[in-house]
Design a protein around this ligand. Structure first.
Ligand code: ATP
Ligand code: MG
Length: 454
């Protein structure tokens, strides 16, 4: 190695990879509060936490999310099996970082025979997801989701789609939506808008009939559509309804609406979801263009938007997916879930001036120890105060009083605990209230009592 090489290497400035970012204090306090709020709401609705791995077999996502979707065809971080990998049974698998959580949760449901648990099984998870998208405000390559799913294996003897079953599904759908709205409500997320739709279901063909009709109508206007929509006429015509392209809007407005094509069962189920939402005081708006592109998504779909996010304003997407667990090799199982985009949720809160929800912090005490004699007492005092839940800053070196108070002030401490020769000799410590400069001398038990009461 030449002399120049290490110098050049030293000059290299590492930066977070494009589309990823560091979440820093004080922002992370808000992230934690959001997650705590979600956890407490989930618990109150009887959900338990699942923590699936961050990567899975690529095939799982191809099957669950869909091979033709943008997510799977373009956006996944995929790794070929390493030639050195251990010769275990999964060594041949190409793996991908998870782009979403539903696939993993359904895989885990099957793998752990959760159909044997009392039904339905209600699970939530939170953590990073990975998609190679064009980074912009509210769109990252590593982003965070808060996800919840309700899974219920259908007993083999259960009559399918009886009025009773449909009514039950509607209640589950409405409760899941009520739950996510409760989270946003607790967080005081401003201008939350819930949009809902029913996209029919595949079994009775009400969706297939609609999709055929939609495709026929789209073919008539194909020339006027953009390249993406043209391609989707074949692969996923429902997704055309999702288009944000300005010049396509008047064309889309004339397309047939799925609400006019729902079968009686889907119609009844959709009406029941709306009734259930009203019963729960959840406001919604119907949006006939709200779709999910994949075959197993059915009936209830919903999206929630918030303010301050520009065009990336969806903070939550969800829907019913009764066929998915079976598609992954499990028993016939109903499912409904949603994913909150946590990055966008935080951005929207911050845009609204909510930087950290008001919480009660214990006071911060700065220990100003001022002679070698006092050091051991300072270390012990720090230990006792911290054990009592009080925040303590213990400087690693001796400081003059003036300098110590200056630093205590900079750190935002409310108190300085002064430990010098006098205090050690007396066995009483001086507690200075920084806001008004008043001082009191206290023994350690009295000091703890005083600080704990704050
Ligand atoms: P969009 O239309 O905004 O791309 P999507 O349909 O791809 O959203 P879902 O897969 O349904 O989104 O994920 C649910 C939520 O996760 C979205 O509503 C959004 O808040 C968030 N989300 C999705 N992709 C990203 C991303 N790349 N960066 C940040 N948040 C994201
Ligand atoms: Mg997307």
């Amino acid at each position: 190695m030449t002399d120049a090489a290490p110098k050049k290497e030293q000059r290299r400035k590492f930066q977070a990879i494009r589309g990823t970012r560091d979440l820093l204090p004080p922002d992370t306090a808000l992230w934690n509060q959001v997650e705590e709020t979600a956890r407490s709401v989930f618990a109150s609705f009887g959900f338990g936490e699942i923590r699936p791995p961050a990567f899975e077999s690529t095939d799982l996502f191809a099957r669950a999310v869909g091979g033709e979707t943008d997510i799977v065809s373009k956006e996944m971080y995929t790794f070929a099996p390493s030639p050195e990998s251990a010769p275990d049974e999964s060594a041949d698998d190409t793996i991908s970082l998870r782009p979403e959580a539903t696939a993993s949760i359904c895989r885990a449901y099957i793998e752990h025979n959760m159909q044997q648990l009392p039904q339905p099984v209600k699970l939530y998870c939170m953590g990073p997801m990975f998609r190679r998208e064009r980074p912009q405000k509210g769109r990252y390559r590593q982003f965070y989701q808060i996800d919840a799913e309700v899974l219920e294996t259908v007993r083999p003897d259960a009559a399918k789609d009886t009025a009773k079953e449909l009514a039950k599904d509607a209640v589950v759908d409405a409760e899941v939506i009520e739950m996510v709205m409760t989270i946003f409500d607790r967080l005081k997320l401003p201008s939350v808008r819930l949009e809902i739709n029913s996209i029919g279901h595949a079994a009775d063909n009400c969706r297939r009939r609609y999709v055929e009709k939609l495709r026929a109508e789209l073919l008539k206007v194909k020339d006027k559509l953009g390249a993406d929509s043209q391609r989707r006429i074949e692969t996923s015509p429902l997704r055309v309804l999702d288009s944000k392209l300005e010049h396509e809007q008047p064309i889309i407005a004339t397309l047939p609406k799925i609400a006019d094509h729902l079968c009686d069962e889907c119609k009844a189920q959709y009406a029941a979801v709306k009734r259930e939402l009203e019963l729960r005081g959840v406001f919604y708006k119907e949006n006939w263009r709200l779709v999910r592109g994949l075959d197993y998504y059915m009936r209830t779909t919903f999206e929630i938007t918030a303010q301050g996010l520009g065009s990336q304003n969806a903070v939550c997407g969800g829907g019913r997916y009764d066929g998915l667990v079976e598609l992954l090799g499990g028993p016939p199982t109903k499912g409904i879930g949603f994913a909150i985009g946590e990055d966008r949720l935080i951005l929207s809160l911050q845009e609204a001036g909510i930087s950290a929800l008001a919480t009660r912090h214990s006071p911060l005490v700065y220990i100003a120890w001022m002679c070698a004699n006092a050091y051991a007492a300072a270390v012990h005092a720090a230990k006792d105060l911290r054990a009592a839940g009080i925040r303590v800053e213990l400087p690693p070196v001796e400081q003059k009083l003036g300098k110590a108070l200056e630093r205590a002030d900079k750190l935002g401490a409310q108190y300085a605990l002064i430990l010098g020769d006098n205090e050690v000799a007396e066995g009483k410590w001086t507690l200075k209230t920084l806001a008004d400069g008043t001082q009191q001398k206290l023994t350690e038990p009295k000091l703890l009592d005083f600080l704990k009461k704050l």
